[in-house]
Write a protein that binds this ligand. Sequence first.
Ligand code: PRX
Length: 637
Amino acid sequence: MVPKISTLSGYLHEYQKSIANPTGFWENIAESFYWRKKWTDVLQWDFHKAEIKWYLGGKLNITENIFERHLFLRGEQPAIIWEPSNPEEASRTFTYEELFSHVKRFANVLRSHAVKKGDRVAIYLPMIPELTIAMLACARIGAIHSVVFAGFSANALSERINDAGAKILITADEGIRGDKIINLKETADEALESCPTIKSNIIVKRTGSPIDWNNRIDYWYHEEMEKVNDEAIAQEMDSEDPLFILYTSGSTGKPKGVMHTTGGYMVYSAYTFRNVFQYSSGDIFFCAADIGWITGHSYIVYGPLLEGATTVMFEGTPTYPTPSRYWEIIEKHQVNEFYTSPTAIRSLIALGQKWADNFELKSLRVIGSVGEPINEEAWHWYHDHVGKNRCPIVDTWWQTETGGIMISPIAGVIPTKPSFATLPLPGIQPIILNNENEKLCGKSVEGNLCIKFPWPGMARTLWNDHERFIQAYFSQFPGHYYTGDGVRRDEDGYYRILGRMDDVINVAGHRLGTAEIENALNEHPLVSESAVVGYPHKIKGQGIFAFVVCNDLPAKDAGEELKNSLLKGVAKRISPIAKPDVIIFTRSLPRTRSGKIMRRILRKMVEGNTDFGDVSTLTNPDIIQEIQTKVLENLEK
Ligand code: PRX
């Protein structure tokens, strides 16, 4: 097991050590794992070329660190407790021994479909145990998994499959979330019409509803599992061999295939899991995220299982059948650490506090928040009504690209402050830069959050596009990794994340590029251009505000019908989660003489700000008043 910090002085000591001698620090943590061959060099890096390598020459398989390493002590211990969406359906438990057997079988299924080391496997599954099994089976044989969130549309799925060049797709007949059924096979079939690299589509039977069948490529998961045994030797991997790709949104339209490698990600996800949550053997850990996002990868699957934990995997939503669902699960499975998003907390606050107050939640020791800034009201409610004034909140700041938690309290060790992610974890060296690339020293400063030294869990590249990796993260502030976030460091040296500084918005904890949404709107034949910005939203943190200009259609004539058709278009192009909350039609958008849309002004408008700064460079200043009137009308609604 990785070493655990348990006191504030211990944290300060470890932090100092990790800065004075980063390679010695991370070498020591990596010693906790099972390596078939030890590394020859701990780190090589160059932030200008964005080349980062950890544990060079080390050979391992991450699943040997999950299974073989734990079986002797934990074979009988639950690895996964799966809780279905419908509480009347039985939960399912997989011990480490059982999970291992499923993983090996499925590894053999993949091998029987000619999947080899380095091949990409796309996984489009709901929150069912087969999702974890499929990921670990890929890791067992050295295939690179690319999990696509089951809420994404056919277009979004095919775009991701094609970018990765995936050979196999794994999906389900249908998914269940609360009172909704998601037609995954149908969506996957539509996506596969334009995915020539897919040779097999393996389908897990979740609901048993009738589905269309394509004899050429479709296979039932359960039938394939019957054909193989559960002896599957792990593929030897280099530390720097890819483990997975996970697509995320950036400031341009095309999603970015963030690539993580084996050795560093393993060390980092396990280290941060144990320390931030202060996980102890025998605890039950419940992360309520979806595995389709990085939070689920690192803190439902890899971090917990690497540390021999019992991880709860929940198929449903916090409000189905009632807003007590999380609290029921916590009591039913005696959960010790619980991890969710500010949006989930806010939506539960809105439904009334009695739901949480009816439960004692005695087993809970630590509660966590992730994905977006947590406002003070939500922080206090979470602390008082869920944590019952006794559980520390870990407000964890990190990103798909960072692989694991970066700035966060260590539960019960670092004193918390509402809405502050507090201090960097050992090994993490944040730096705040102003727009002129100058370092802002000391306390009480605000600027761009960068990291100046590598850590093992960081992404190594964007799939097939290293140039974009350099451009996106290492070019604005040369020599540093740029997070895209703004941050304030207060008088205590504590970090408070202010939100994205780029054209990325964070809607209900989902990261979306405004350009992606604009592209989807612009596909409509009546739309000539659009601009999308985020605006403060009571529940979702940020809502989506779209300004649309139509071809040959005066803005006053564009009505509900067109709005609905635009919303449908966005859901189809990306996902229902990307649908704008507000659409307004306008004659034109504020533009500079060089033709650029002045989003800064639109952003200020939707924040209710009336001081737009210097507008003298606009070609059409008269449009501002007109747009502003419409914005105000809509914000009041
Ligand atoms: O803006 C930050 C916000 O979420 C972004 C990363 O999104 P994603 O890659 O989807 O990963 C989300 C889960 C790790 C960040 O750039 N963010 C994440 N955690 C926090 C946060 N903002 C404020 N506070 C946080 N704790």
